[in-house]
Every structure is written in structure tokens, then in C-alpha cells.
Write a protein that binds this ligand. Structure first.
Ligand code: ADE
Length: 238
């Protein structure tokens, strides 16, 4: 039987460009306006797609991918703002879990980021969306051998580009976050609802602070190339 593919989702063209260039493409198919590129990356069947920025783009993309291609693992790659004093531009962050920090029913007494997920007749409350431990371990191991290491922790997702050190501090204090971006937890939620493992791999393009409007365009290419190189090295073991 043909092996199920690994799904790879990046928000921006720059986040998937090096992977698409390295992939032996067999087919491109447009669904919901998104172009899904199927083929082999380092000999491993993969589907690669650019979803566009933000949680809704990411969730629509992930759900479409899950239904159409039945990936055995979905990986979200790209850049992120660094959170906390230990995370610097150029560093890699592998998610242990993801949080939608802007999902807010605190007025009703719920902790910030708590989601309500249908389970048939039941509803489940969940704050930390889990990521695949085995995939994270492989990514961390490859990061160690190529770049000397990566951070492993919570990645925060919301529909905002964060360029405010106060917000970064808040995400650090509230969620012990290491990075902030705009898609990871939406993809993790879609995967969780479908029972498919997911991983989120990000490289830091900026500090989610006053410097971000300048740093993000300056460092995105370097950061995206780091995640692409790492993923190419790891994909055979995922
Ligand atoms: N992606 C890269 N940098 C980011 C930031 N500062 N905020 C949100 N998403 C990002």
C-alpha cells in the first residue's frame, strides 16, 4: 500500500519556497484557493502548501489537507517572534504544545486561551493543544546536530503580528511561551479534532518587540531557510 504523506504547511511563500524547490513535485492541486503540491521530499511522500497568514487561513488549509490527503503527520513550519529572555533571532523553537492566546472567554471565568471542542454530544475544554512527542524529538535531535540545539516549549498563536514587548512579557508570564506566531495552534486544533499528530517548527525572525517591523523583513529569509534545512534533514525519520 502507498505510504500516507506528511503534510507541510507554511503561511508565507518564503516559508515553503526552499521545500518546494527541493521537492520532486508530481502534482499540484488547487482547493479552496490553496495550491497543494504533492511529491517526494528526500524520497518521502509529502504535500506542501502555503496557507496564508492567520488562524482561519491555517485551519481551512489544515482541514482541507486532512480530508483530501489523509496525512500521517502535519508539520507547520515558518518564522515566529521570540518570547522570553532566552530566545533570540535565528533560534529554533519546536512546540511541545500550542495555545490560542487570543481566544478569550475570561469574562465568563475561563482561563485565557481555553477552547471548547466538540466530541459528538460532548464538549471538551482544552488550553494546551498537544504536539506529537516523537516528531518533536526527531526535530530536536536534528536541530542539535545541525545548529547546536533548539528550544522546546509552548508556542502561542493569535491573529496579530506582535510588535510590543509588553505583549511578549505577558505571553511569557501567562503561558511560559517561547514564540508567538499566527497559525500553529489553529493547525494543531484541526489535527487534534481529526486525531492526526502534528508538529510545529519555527525559527525566530524577530523579538515580538519594537524592532519587529524592521527585523521581521530582514531576518525572515534566513529563519525560513533554517527550518527548511532542518526539515529536509529530519523528514526521513518522521
Ligand atoms: N511571525 C513572525 N514574527 C511574528 C510576530 N512578531 N508576531 C506574530 N507572528 C510572527
Amino acid at each position: 500500500m502507498e505510504q500516507k504523506p506528511i503534510g507541510i504547511i507554511g503561511a508565507m511563500a518564503s516559508e515553503v519556497a526552499a521545500l518546494l524547490a527541493a521537492m520532486k513535485e508530481e502534482k499540484a492541486e488547487e482547493l479552496a484557493g490553496l495550491v497543494f503540491h504533492s511529491g517526494a521530499l528526500e524520497g518521502v511522500p509529502c504535500v506542501v502548501v502555503e496557507c496564508g497568514p492567520g488562524k482561519v487561513n491555517a485551519a481551512v488549509c489544515a482541514q482541507t489537507m486532512l480530508l483530501r490527503y489523509s496525512p500521517r503527520l502535519v508539520i507547520n513550519v515558518g518564522v515566529a517572534g521570540g518570547v522570553g529572555s532566552q530566545v533570540h533571532i535565528g533560534d529554533l523553537v519546536v512546540a511541545a504544545a500550542c495555545v490560542q492566546y487570543d481566544f478569550d472567554t475570561t469574562a465568563m471565568g475561563d482561563p485565557l486561551g481555553t477552547l471548547f471542542i466538540r466530541r459528538g454530544a460532548e464538549s471538551e475544554d482544552i488550553l494546551l493543544l498537544p504536539c506529537c512527542e516523537e516528531a518533536a524529538a526527531v526535530l530536536l535531535e536534528e536541530a542539535r546536530s545541525i545548529y547546536g540545539g533548539a528550544h522546546f516549549g509552548v508556542i502561542c498563536t493569535g491573529d496579530a503580528f506582535v510588535a510590543d514587548p509588553e505583549k511578549g512579557r505577558f505571553l511569557d508570564e501567562t503561558f511560559q511561551a517561547q514564540a508567538v506566531e499566527m497559525e500553529g495552534a489553529a493547525i494543531a486544533q484541526a489535527c487534534y479534532m481529526n486525531g492526526v499528530p502534528c508538529a510545529v517548527l519555527r525559527a525566530i525572525s524577530d523579538g515580538a518587540n519594537d524592532g519587529s517591523p524592521v527585523d521581521f523583513p530582514a531576518f525572515t529569509r534566513m529563519a525560513a531557510e533554517k527550518t527548511s534545512r532542518l526539515l529536509r534533514a529530519a523528514v526521513g525519520r518522521l
